[in-house]
Structure formats: structure tokens, C-alpha cells
Design a protein around this ligand. Sequence first.
Ligand SMILES: [Zn+2]
Length: 209
Amino acid sequence: MYDNAASRTTLQKGGITYVTNPTSPLVLVNKKRELDSGYVPNDLVKAPVEFSFSGDSPKQQMRKVAADALGKLFAGAKQDGIELKAVSGYRSYPSQQSIFNAYAKSHGEEEANTFSAHPGQSEHQTGLAMDVSSASVHYGLEQSYGATKEGKWLEAHAADYGFIIRYEKEHEDETGYMYEPWHVRYVGVTVAKDIKKLGLTLEAYLARF
Ligand SMILES: [Zn+2]
């Protein structure tokens, strides 16, 4: 049904595995499955939410379906008295490249690889991910966010709006990334609720089909 099997959704080129279904809301991007350097979603819009910074930036964008869902998620939070702000959404391949290169320079490539994505391996390039934070952690992206009331609300309610917390603490080995309580990924309500109920990573969930 979801047809995300590696054999059907990837293509080997020059020793790299590229995903061939970048526009699927269930596209699986990780350290083993890359987006082409030229992939840019064709339906990016500014998410209808408040941001942690002022001024216009491509970081405010997501694909339409994800942006609409994020707007509803933030409105739901507000109704519960929870203040969320969006920090970083869409990121192009070249901008991911400069971020990773800067981290590799300051931390070494191996360490940088544990907390920053190689260009092509970032979900932010799909336009389906947003980093979210709150005043309680000064709009930072840090693991302590998971223990704040806003982080807990996000964990509890994201699935109701079609999002998953993509990089969970107990699944670091599976996802290849450290715990990121701030990074939400749109997959649609049905799948998000399923993933939450089953306690799976997106990797493990898609491997079942
Ligand atoms: Zn992120």
C-alpha cells in the first residue's frame, strides 16, 4: 500500500542510493537514502504559523499539505494554552551543504554526522519537516525541550495533526540521528497515529509493507 520498499523507491548511482519518490508524503530520507541535489518541492508555501524570527526566509516554507497541517497543529496548541513557534522548515540542498560543511569544520566530519545531516540526507529538503520550539528554551533546538510542557504537548498531540516526532530517544540507532524532540515530520494523520500507537520509527513502519 505504501510502497516504500527500497527496491521500488530507490536507484543506485555512483555508490549512492537515491530516493525515486521524493514527492510522496511517506518518502523515507535518511543516511542510507538520499534526495537528489536538484530536488526542490514544487508546492512550497509559507507555513501559516508564528516564527521564532522576523523577516522572510525560505525556512518558513513547507509543502502545502504539511504547511496547512502545521497551522492546525499550532492552533490546537494555542487552544490548550501552549505557545509554539516554528524555527526552521524547508532547506535546500545547497543550504544544507553549507550548514554541514560549517559543522564538519568546527567538530570534525564524523561528529558532525551525528547531529547534522549530509546534504541530500536531510528531511528538511522534502518540505515535510519543521523544527519547533518555545520561549521556555529560548527558541533553541535542544534535547531539554522534550521535558518542557510544550515539548510534552507536541509529543502527545503531533500525531492528531499528521506529524511524528521523527527522531526519538529510544530509536537513535535505527534512525541514525540523536533525539530531536523539536523535529516534526508530516506523514498524514492515519500513518502518524499508527506510528505513534505502534511505537515505531518511520523506517520500521515502512519496512512492514
Ligand atoms: Zn529538523
